[in-house]
Design a protein around this ligand. Structure first.
Ligand code: NAD
Ligand code: UDP
Ligand code: UDP
Length: 320
């Protein structure tokens, strides 16, 4: 039996891929998005699909629809976007979670929250395990995102304890791939676009900080598996790729793969930028029987191909 599934943030980078995977397996999908960071371009090929429905709506406001499952992804994810209107970012995480949990409660629907490795802040435990409570500045420029997502997790677990809701919480680590927003300032899209345009590659700080990059297809597979776990599996579960790289190594790899003549330049490190990040995915391996399959090199090649097409098409013109 197919299901009717709500994806909030469905016009975004990860959401649009999730929507596609759900349609491919035969489900009916209601995509809800306010187009803050998502674009119609990400989903326009789905418009007209008989099992796809698009609704422009802000999750900070109540939503009365009928669905069997909810994936809650609505939230700007890159620092420049979530810092653009920090109050709105916290509202999206907190009011959005309350409304989606209220909806799930009325419908007795399963609900999955796209949480983040940012709940660990600038971690002193490495690699990060789910039992680590994190090291988060509550009043810094990243706090609207980090604390908003932490509060959303709190709400999920309180609705679970108080109202017996069937919740699933995944903590997503840095994920990249085609359909990342070319202007969103995240490191993989920035470096690729800079390399393709022959512009300087901007490393923040000395580039010795680390991240672990997961290709989007691997990530979506883990999310789908998490939703299908038995009711007693709530998470939180880390999902991401445990291969850790310095930002400098990433820059060098992008230059090599694009054959670019770009030079590396160094810029000040933003406040509260985490020094290191790598998921411990022991729980995901055991509970979801999942691990990432796409190595960084292969994922970067696919992403570079996407941005080459985007730049060549003129969709984003010279404004990049
Ligand atoms: P994205 O910015 O491409 O997608 C977010 C989507 O949510 C966009 O389509 C945006 O328009 C929509 N949105 C924002 N505020 C909204 C609101 N108030 N109401 C309705 N829609 C709203 O980012 P993404 O990378 O696809 O991230 C998706 C989710 O995964 C986010 O919740 C993010 O926090 C989480 N996440 C992503 C990563 C990553 O590396 N990509 C890492 C950790 C967590
Ligand atoms: N809500 C919603 N859709 C629904 C049911 C509830 O958007 O189908 C919202 C509702 O506006 C409320 C929130 O979810 O503010 C939390 O709902 P809950 O039932 O937990 O709280 P209450 O309505 O009792 O405040
Ligand atoms: N970064 C960088 N140059 C850029 C963009 C980002 O050196 O042009 C760094 C950033 O300071 C951080 C890392 O790359 O240390 C990852 O940044 P991103 O914004 O992609 O993700 P997050 O910091 O949220 O993990």
């Amino acid at each position: 039996m197919y299901k009717r599934i709500l994806v909030t943030g469905g016009a975004g980078f990860l959401g649009s891929h999730l929507v596609e995977r759900l349609l491919d397996r035969g489900d009916e999908v209601l995509c809800v998005d306010n187009f803050f960071t998502g674009t119609r371009r990400n989903i326009e090929h789905l418009i007209g699909h008989r099992r796809f429905e698009l609704m422009r709506h802000d999750v900070c406001f109540p939503l009365y629809v009928e669905v069997d499952e909810i994936y809650n992804l609505a939230c700007p994810a890159s620092p420049i976007h979530y810092q653009h209107d920090p109050v709105q970012t916290t509202k999206t995480s907190v009011h959005g979670a309350i409304n989606m949990l209220g909806l799930a409660k009325r419908l007795r629907a399963r609900i999955l929250q796209a949480s983040t490795s940012e709940v660990y802040g600038d971690p002193v435990v490495h690699p990060q395990v789910e039992s680590y409570w994190g090291n988060v500045n509550p009043i810094g420029i990243r706090s609207c995102y980090d604390e908003g997502k932490r509060c959303a997790e709190t709400l999920f677990f309180d609705y679970h304890r108080q109202h017996k809701l069937r919740i699933k919480v995944v903590r997503i680590f840095n994920t990249y791939g085609p359909r990342m927003h070319p202007h969103d300032g995240r490191v993989v899209s920035n470096f690729i676009v800079q390399a393709l345009r022959g512009e300087d590659i901007t490393i923040f700080g000395e580039g010795l900080q680390t991240r672990s990059f997961c290709y989007r297809d691997d990530l979506i597979e883990a999310m789908l598996r998490m939703m299908d776990t038995p009711d007693d599996v709530t998470g939180p579960i880390n999902i991401g790729n445990p291969d850790e790289f310095t930002i400098r190594a990433l820059a060098e790899q992008v230059i090599e793969l694009t054959g670019s003549k770009s030079k590396i330049v160094f810029r000040p490190l933003p406040q509260d930028d985490p020094l290191q990040r790598r998921p411990d995915i022991g729980h995901a391996r055991e509970i979801l029987r999942w691990e990432p399959k796409v190595p960084l090199r292969e994922g970067l090649e696919k992403t570079i191909g996407y941005f080459e097409g985007l730049l060549g098409s003129g969709v984003v013109g010279g404004a990049l």
